[in-house]
Design a protein around this ligand. Sequence first.
Ligand code: 9YT
Length: 132
Amino acid sequence: MIVRRLEDIAGSAQEVITPNWTSRRLLLKRDGMGFSMHETTIEPGTQTHIWYKHHLEAVLCIEGEGVVETLADGRTHAIVPGTLYALDQHDRHCLRATTRMRLVCVFSPALTGREVHDAQGIYPLLEEAAAG
Ligand code: 9YT
């Protein structure tokens, strides 16, 4: 059994901090679960264009409020605590945070740990050895 606490991830290599969001990666590829699980905090007033071309992601909001827009059709969906969205079509989307949001994010395939978005909002498919 694996037991981890967010407080142990803060400040470690499993925490990735960007201007718009901070991701504390609780489970990663090397844990062998077949998915990774992260707590992501989104900064208020930010908008982030994301396209997980290589990954599926499910997101559960546990705190805060925002909006997610699917860019193919311009549809918007309010996000409040208890809202889940799942990018089952690798949907290009824009995530806007009205207040600071805390999200629980699950990725398949699992992230290796150091991924950040490229210019198109994509995470590369990293192999463990290449992740550094
Ligand atoms: C909601 C979302 O995808 N935010 C970007 C960060 C990502 N969740 C991650 O790497 O934890």
